[in-house]
Structure formats: C-alpha cells, structure tokens
Design a protein around this ligand. Structure first.
Ligand code: ADP
Ligand code: MG
Length: 594
C-alpha cells in the first residue's frame, strides 16, 4: 500500500465522497475510501480535489478519513470463468460477495476477486515454439462450458515469438506461454484486465449486413436488427420489455449472451438471478447460463454500481467478440441506469439538463451503444466478431418524449415501440407496427432476398402496406360505418386482421409459437398474402365476400403458427388447399346459399 498516495475526505454525500490532497490521482482512477477501503472511482477532478463515486454503502466514513488511489482505472477481469457467472456492476461475484457481506466476520471493503484463482482449466495450445504472435493472436483454447470454447488471446501490447507454450491444467494466473519480445521475455497467463470505460481494440469495423435472427416474427420481418447493431425497446411497465429481452437471449442467433439487469421492481433482479438459470437453451437443451454472463444490480446496491454496470457488461461482450463470436448484450432497463447517472450528477451539483438528467446523458449512452458493432478482430486469423446491443427503456408513463428515450433513439437504428394498449388487449409482443422502425430494413431486405426468397422484400412491403391501410380504413369505419367500404376494402381489413392475429402476435410461452425460423416466417407471410390474392380473384368473378371469409382453409391459416419447424412444408400444402377451395367457390358460381 505504500505506493498509494493518501488524500483526506472533506465531504460525504450518500455515494459521493469528496477528497482533497489528491493531486497525484487521475480521473477514473479506482480509490480505496476510508479505513475500510470502500471501492470508489474518481468521476471528477478539480485541482487536488477528487469527487469519488463509491460502490458501497458509505455510512460510517466521514471527513478526515484517508483515501488511497490505486492509480488504475476501473477494470474487469477477462478469463475462463466468466461464463455462468453472476456479477454486480463492478464485477464482484454475487454469490461469494453476498456470502461474505452477510457473514459477521467480513465487513465492507472486502476484496473478492471477480474470477476464481484456484480453479484449473484445461488449456489446449494451438501454437508451437517459434510461432509469431501479436495482440489478439489465439494461442490456445479452454472448453469453458459444454457450449463455449474460450479462446486465449495475446493481450494488448505484446508482440514477439513463442519461446515456450504449455498444455494441460492451469489456473488463470499460471504462466501458459512465454513470448520473446523486443524488450525481453513476457509471461502470458489466461487472465487479462481491461478498463471498462474504454472500448477494446479491433482491426477494422465492418458494415453489418447480416440479420441477428430472433425468431420473433414482428422483429425479423418488419423491424430487424443486424449482428453488430443496436436496438431500443421502450415501453411502459408491463408492456413486455423483459420478455422481449429474454426471448432474444434464448433465441437470438448469437453465441454469447451478456445480460445486464438494472432492477425495476424491488425484487425483480432476484427473480432474474433465480429465473435465468432455469431458462433452457433451445440449441443445446442445457441451461442458458452455459453461454451467459449475468450482471445484476439489485435495488439494495448503491446507485454508483449501477452506473458502471453497462460498461462492465459491454467490455465483457467485446472480449468474447474478440474471440470471433457473435455476442448479444441486453440492458434491462437503461432508465434505471440513467437515474443513477442523474443522482450522481445532482450530488456533484452539476447544472441539470432536461428533467434533471446531466447534459452528458446522450454522450454516455452513446459510449455504450457505439461499442456495438461488427469487426475484424485483432490477430492474424482475420476472425470476425459482433456485439449487438439491445437496451430496454422504461419511460415514466410510457411517454417516449422524455430524455432517456430521446437520447437513445438518436443513437440506435432500431426502435421497437411497446404499446400499453396492445399489451392490455394481450396482443404480444406489443410492438406497435405503426410507429416502430428499423433503419436496417433495406440492407436486411437484400440479404433476405438472396438467402431466404427472392420475393421476400415484395411480400414484406405488401404486408406492411396492408397494416398501414388498415389504420386508415378503420378511421373511415369509425366515421361512416363498415357499409361505406367496398368489398375489396373490407377484404383488406380481414387480411390485415389476419396479419395482426396470425402473424404479428406470437406467444413467448407456447412451445412451438415461441420461435419461428426465417423460412417459416416466409411461408406464413406468403400464405396470408396468398389468401388475399386468391380472395381477390374470387371477388372479381362475383363470389360474395361472406363466402370467401367462411372458407374452411382460413382456420388452417390462423393455426399455421403452431406448425412445428420440422413440418413447415405443411404450410405449402395449405396454400394448395387454398387455391383449390377458391377454385370450387368460383365454379359454384359465387352465389350465396339460398
Ligand atoms: P415489462 O418488462 O415491460 O414490465 P414484462 O416483460 O415483464 O413487462 O411483461 C409483462 C407480461 O406480459 C408478462 O409477464 C407476460 O404475461 C406478458 N407478455 C409479454 N410479452 C409476451 C409474449 N411475447 N407472449 C406472451 N406473453 C407476453
Ligand atoms: Mg421488465
């Protein structure tokens, strides 16, 4: 500790501590505060005065108490052991920390390492003596869980030739490789550290063009997100934000999930901690935790830890991206995070901006979302990795004109607007198709035309047009009644209704309906719009609309969402049935039953 410089506390205000005599310290340095050594981070420096946000309860410390700076920024530990872990906002392992915090022996300021130091991992080298290495080079792998193969990479700043490389069981602090560099031998261990507020380096950023398929029809078809993109899910309480995030964690085609929970309700995070391990990974049948890192801020934790949590989360996400994986990070809810920012800003007595949020709310949010992206990773192998960031926002009263929603929407390119009225009608997911958007739609459309079906975009536009027309037609119906509409328009209303109920609505808790592949989505969309076309054909020859709407095949169309993935060719059979049923109607001459 003698290398640490000592300052003195002059003021304590909740989680904020001001100390003087801190001229050796730098902004964002981690400090040990008070005799107990509470962990804090400098968030403002004025001359020799440091404002420190403290990540632990500050009762019991006061003016005159010492403050030591570690001279290091807030960092996370990166190594095998991350997957399946549950951390708090500054990467303290929740189970161990809670155990220690509750025991009567250990008190505040307890230092528990984020990752296990004793556990041995089976390291399998992929390089040999004499191989050249640079930052990002994969030197070997560790099978971390049944599904995650953890790649051990050369840390930033080291370049040279492998002098020795080992194989077998090692802890994350034991040397597994020695590298001869221009300034001597460097020992490589599995453990790396990285400052949370700084994005991890990569070779080049790519334009993301591949969809991050979620299996949720309203998202994939109408408001898709790309691998490496960002999306916001604003919605009032109970609209379905958490269910959307869970569905994407489960079904999104990503290899790693980082879930940052900033609890909305008192015990919501406890629910997450209990529920997440119960979620089954549909791809492997095992617990979803086998490819998940969980970061949770329970409501009894100090606000400051919440502020750090999204950066801790995205740093871990970037680390797995650097291995060449596709990673999804969810933050639920960023509004709770923003409130922590607001509280700290208030205590710093900064000039408040909109609704009391600091003026830098937008830039802080951007620092999170802009670390999403698709990249060519460091290292010679040319691996490509992606981080997709999805943030829930819970605007008070569901009104998205408030600052956090607005700041988020200025950054992300996808907006899934959850609607309390739809949720009330139990239309789930309650994503409002009239005001949601995805700026990736054109690019993904091209991908879909090439990879799924050449008429994908055509169908997608046709369906959205019908949904928009429905809104206009309903307005007319409200004013002058349904009889004012032509049969053609009434048919449109029926098809739009079918799109809403049979396509957009998707039950997260139904075994089959919970997920739809892109192929299934295509077939379903084609079927529903095929009905429109066939019905128009019948109308033209004089068949009454009532007869068309009473066709038996309609029930099959409505139930097509429950057709299992392994049997989706049955959807094509319904299309054939549809055509022949319409043929029969036409041949009957289209007269109503007498
Ligand atoms: P929020 O996080 O916005 O407060 P939740 O995600 O907890 O809301 O959703 C509230 C409830 O809405 C869920 O408990 C569930 O009953 C229902 N719900 C939301 N989305 C769906 C869905 N896709 N399928 C079925 N039910 C849903
Ligand atoms: Mg929620």
């Amino acid at each position: 500790m003698d290398k640490l410089k000592t300052g003195r506390i002059i003021k304590v205000s909740g989680p904020l501590v001001v100390a003087e005599n801190m001229d050796e310290a730098n902004i964002y340095d981690v400090c040990k505060v008070g005799a107990q050594g509470l962990i804090g981070e400098i968030i403002e420096m004025r001359n020799d005065r440091a404002s420190i946000q403290v990540y632990e309860e500050t009762s019991g410390i006061g003016p005159g108490d010492p403050v030591y700076t570690t001279g290091e920024p807030l960092s996370v530990e990166l190594a095998p052991g991350l997957i399946e872990s549950m951390f708090d906002g500054i990467q303290r392992p929740l189970d161990k920390y809670m155990e220690a915090a509750n025991s009567s022996f250990l008190k505040k300021g307890i230092e528990i390492k984020a990752l296990d130091r004793e556990k041995k991992w089976d390291f399998q080298p992929v390089l040999k003596e004499g191989d050249k290495v640079s930052p990002g080079t994969v030197i070997g792998t560790v099978q971390e869980t049944t599904v995650v193969n953890h790649k051990i990479m050369i840390p930033y700043g080291i370049e040279g030739t492998v002098k020795e490389i080992k194989s077998g069981e090692y802890t994350i602090e034991e040397t597994i490789c020695t590298v001869e560099t221009s300034n001597g031998l460097k020992e490589i261990i599995m453990l790396q550290k990285w400052p949370v507020r700084k994005g991890r380096p990569y070779k080049t950023k790519l334009t993301p063009e591949e969809p991050m398929v979620t299996g949720q029809r309203v998202i994939d078809t109408f408001f898709p997100v790309v691998k490496g993109g960002g999306a916001a899910v604003p919605g009032p309480f109970g609209a379905g934000k958490t269910v959307v995030q869970h569905q994407i964690a489960k079904w999104g085609d990503t290899e790693i999930v980082v879930y940052v929970g900033c609890g909305e309700r008192g015990n919501e995070m406890t629910d997450v901690l209990n529920e997440f391990p119960e979620l089954k990974d549909p791809k492997t049948g095992e617990s979803l935790m086998k490819r998940t890192v969980l970061i949770a801020n329970t409501s009894n934790m100090p606000v400051a830890a919440r502020e750090a949590s999204i950066y801790t989360g995205i740093t871990i996400a970037e680390y797995f991206r650097d291995m060449g994986y596709s990673v999804a990070i969810m933050a639920d809810s960023t509004s709770r995070w923003a409130e922590a920012l607001r509280e700290m800003s208030g205590r710093l007595e900064e000039m408040p901006g909109d609704e009391g949020y600091p003026a830098y709310l937008g830039s802080r949010l951007a620092e999170f979302y802009e670390r999403a992206g698709k990249v060519v990773c460091l290292g010679e192998e040319g691996r490509e990795g992606a981080v997709t960031a999805i943030g829930a926002v819970s605007p008070p009263g569901g009104d998205i004109s408030e600052p956090v929603s607005q700041a988020t929407l200025r950054i992300v390119k996808v907006f899934w607007g959850l609607d309390s009225q739809l949720a009330y009608k139990r239309h789930f997911p309650s994503i409002n198709w009239l005001n949601s958007y995805s700026l990736y739609l054109d690019r993904i459309g091209e991908w879909m035309n090439k990879n799924i079906a050449s008429d994908w975009t055509k169908l997608q536009i046709e369906a959205m047009t019908l949904l928009q027309e429905e809104a206009n037609l309903e307005e007319i119906v409200r004013l002058v009644g349904i009889d004012a509409l032509s049969e053609k328009d009434r048919l449109k209303l029926e098809v739009a209704k079918s799109l809403r109920e049979d396509y957009l609505q998707q039950n997260a808790f139904h075994d089959v309906d919970t997920y739809a592949s892109l192929d299934k989505q295509y077939k379903m969309l084609k079927l529903i719009l095929g009905f429109h076309k066939e019905a128009e054909r019948a109308l033209k020859t004089g068949v009454y609309l009532e007869k068309i709407l009473a066709m038996e095949v309609r029930d099959k169309i409505a139930r097509s969402k429950y057709i299992a993935e392994s049997e989706i060719s049955r959807i094509d059979e319904i299309t054939t049935e549809l055509t022949s049923e319409v043929d029969t109607l036409i041949s009957e001459g289209g007269v109503l039953d007498a």
